[in-house]
Design a protein around this ligand. Structure first.
Ligand code: AMP
Length: 233
């Protein structure tokens, strides 16, 4: 699927994608990065999994929460995010924000409390709520395979690798994420329902919330691109 040539942003875009686990936040993020090269992304889940894989102190602390589908404590995730902001040069040591910092946050903030903390660090100006029916998400989760070293994601129903269970680029084996079991998924979905309501209200009240619906990522992407072009190009 092609979504046209890259576009320049005229205004800094500080974007958050909000959606149930499995809704395709990662896919949209990848496509946004291709389309709008000034954007960079931070995925809180990826940062956490990196820490777990590298067995850092933080990783050891959060491993069981991630595996059981619980959220990790706000203070932990905030430390992780703010040090990532700093290391990318978006947040300066005196607390000011780089005027050119354009980014997508994936998976953070997940709660109204996290959103309030983020407002104090770097305010976002576009919050996208991705809406897909839960039954569609469930079947997608069950057929999702990833190439862990690169983060490339496949789906055996609509985005199958050329060779079954092998990465297209390296030929290495694909795996299913440890937290992809159905029980874990159900717990995560429930948590998402519980916490996202106030998160979305928080951003709605600030006038930066925008909703987009679709059964597939391909349906959502063109609508999302058009809205970003309208607001930031
Ligand atoms: P994700 O890849 O975004 O689905 O995140 C995977 C797991 O990392 C989640 O199930 C949580 O345990 C943890 N996690 C990621 N982001 C956050 C966050 N913003 N707050 C708390 N926990 C998080």
């Amino acid at each position: 699927m092609s979504f046209g040539p890259p576009r320049q942003l005229k205004k800094a875009a500080r974007v958050i994608l909000v959606g149930a686990p499995g809704v395709g936040k990662g896919t949209q993020t990848e496509r946004l990065l291709d389309k709008f090269p000034q954007l960079a992304s931070i995925s809180s889940g990826d940062l956490l999994r990196e820490n777990v894989r590298d067995k850092t102190q933080l990783g050891l602390k959060v491993e069981s929460a991630i595996q059981s589908g619980n959220l990790v404590p706000d203070s932990t995730i905030l430390d992780l995010i703010s040090s990532e902001f700093k290391s990318r040069g978006w947040l300066l040591n005196n607390g000011s924000v780089s005027p050119t910092a354009s980014f997508i946050l994936d998976g953070f903030p997940r709660t109204a409390a996290q959103a309030a903390s983020l407002d104090a660090l770097i305010p976002v100006n576009f919050v996208v709520q991705l809406l897909t029916p839960p039954s569609v998400i469930l079947s997608r989760i069950a057929s999702r395979w990833i190439h862990e070293p690169s983060g490339r994601v496949y789906n055996t129903t609509f985005h199958a690798p050329k060779v079954p269970y092998k990465d297209d680029v390296t030929g290495e084996p694909l795996t299913q994420r440890k937290d992809d079991s159905i029980d874990t998924w159900k717990q995560r979905l429930q948590k998402f329902e519980d916490t996202s309501k106030t998160l979305l209200q928080h951003y709605d009240a600030k006038g930066v919330l925008w909703r987009v619906e679709g059964n597939t990522s391909d349906e959502i992407t063109p609508k999302l691109f058009a809205e970003i072009e309208k607001r930031f190009c």
